[in-house]
Design a protein around this ligand. Structure first.
Ligand SMILES: NC(=O)c1ccc[n+]([C@@H]2O[C@H](COP(=O)([O-])OP(=O)(O)OC[C@H]3O[C@@H](n4cnc5c(N)ncnc54)[C@H](O)[C@@H]3O)[C@@H](O)[C@H]2O)c1
Length: 297
């Protein structure tokens, strides 16, 4: 996947399948010879990260519990001349995580870049309606899988003398919206996990960073906005537009590349200035279920 001109393939089709203008920012070659393991890469931001990393020269394991989605992302990368392999796994299950890593290593070689992107956003309802099963499920995917994958890749990364881990947080970790308590708790955990692992893994030659997006017009956020009756959420950012998966993906490529060789323990906010904006978030409406209402009523 080399050549001149704009990256017409990987960045022209967004993670949700929608065609958008290809980015003018060409990072081809930035990850030549590396192997990336990108979780939740079947759709949304993860698919954009997988495509961006492939365009930058990495071989990419597209990991997702949705087999059709993983296959489609991997196929689109291959069609553009990149190296990619779909890996189907429910990452909330320990045995499937282990198998997913084994498959990726056998098909593509040792993992140099781990991107923990898969997340369970949960159903929007008041925390008083969140049962223990839902809480456990969200923690298992968002926090436990992230931590355990970091632990699983570290020995081989350390042996090779280098490795990069990128964890997807969210600005909600410090700017929580109502009805997302379990999800927000995991994102706060990811920020702390990232900083703690940077301390432990730095001496092993492994950089660990987090990317913290604001609302991005892809995947589940698109659905939540449509549900809220305000699909155009551009107003709360300072840059007058909503973020795209590619806005997040290009930062991930930077963090994974040698250009960021002295960056570890960072939490890079990619929100168009949303965290500084005083305008109300379209998803903060309080007409959502109250404690005495049913969760989806
Ligand atoms: N979209 C946003 O506005 C936004 C904002 C802030 C942070 N983020 C973060 O960015 C990341 C991607 O968000 P998104 O909106 O693209 O998500 P999404 O829901 O659109 O896609 C998540 C992908 O992960 C996969 N997945 C979920 N649980 C899994 C599991 N247990 N095992 C394997 N695969 C699983 C899904 O099948 C899906 O393909 C998440 O970590 C999210 O918290 C997103």
């Amino acid at each position: 996947m080399t050549g001149s001109g704009p990256p017409a393939g990987p960045t022209a089709v967004a993670g949700d399948g929608e065609r958008r203008p290809a980015s003018k920012f060409d990072m081809s070659g930035w990850l030549d010879g590396r192997v990336a393991f990108v979780t939740g890469a079947g759709s949304g931001i993860g698919a954009d990260i997988a495509r961006r990393m492939a365009y930058a020269g990495a071989a990419v394991a597209v990991v997702d519990r949705n087999a059709d989605a993983a296959t489609a992302t991997a196929a689109s990368i291959q069609a553009d001349g990149g190296r990619s392999w779909p890996v189907v796994a429910d990452l909330s299950v320990a045995s499937e995580r282990r198998l997913a890593l084994d498959v990726a290593v056998s098909k593509l070689g040792g993992v140099d870049i781990l991107v923990n992107n898969a997340a369970d956003h949960g159903t929007r309802h008041h925390f008083l309606q969140v049962g223990p099963d839902e809480w456990d499920r969200i923690l298992a995917t968002n926090l436990t899988a992230t931590a355990m994958l970091c632990q699983a890749v570290a020995p081989s990364m350390s042996q090779s003398g280098s490795g990069v881990i990128i964890n997807l947080a969210a600005i909600q970790a410090s700017l929580p919206l109502p009805t997302y308590v379990s999800y927000v708790a995991t994102k706060g955990g990811i920020v702390s996990l990232t900083r703690a692992l940077a301390v432990e893994f730095g001496p092993l030659g492994i950089r660990v960073n987090a990317v913290s997006p604001g609302a991005v017009a892809s995947g589940s956020t698109r659905h939540a906005l449509a549900e809220s009756g305000n699909p155009d959420a551009s107003s709360p950012t300072l840059l007058g537009r909503m973020g795209t998966g590619d806005d997040v993906a290009s930062v991930c490529v930077f963090l994974a590349s040698q250009a960021a060789s002295f960056v570890t323990g960072a939490v890079v906010v990619v929100d168009g200035g949303r965290s500084l904006s005083r305008q109300a978030d379209p998803l903060s409406d309080l007409s959502r279920p109250r404690p005495n209402q049913t969760s989806r009523g």
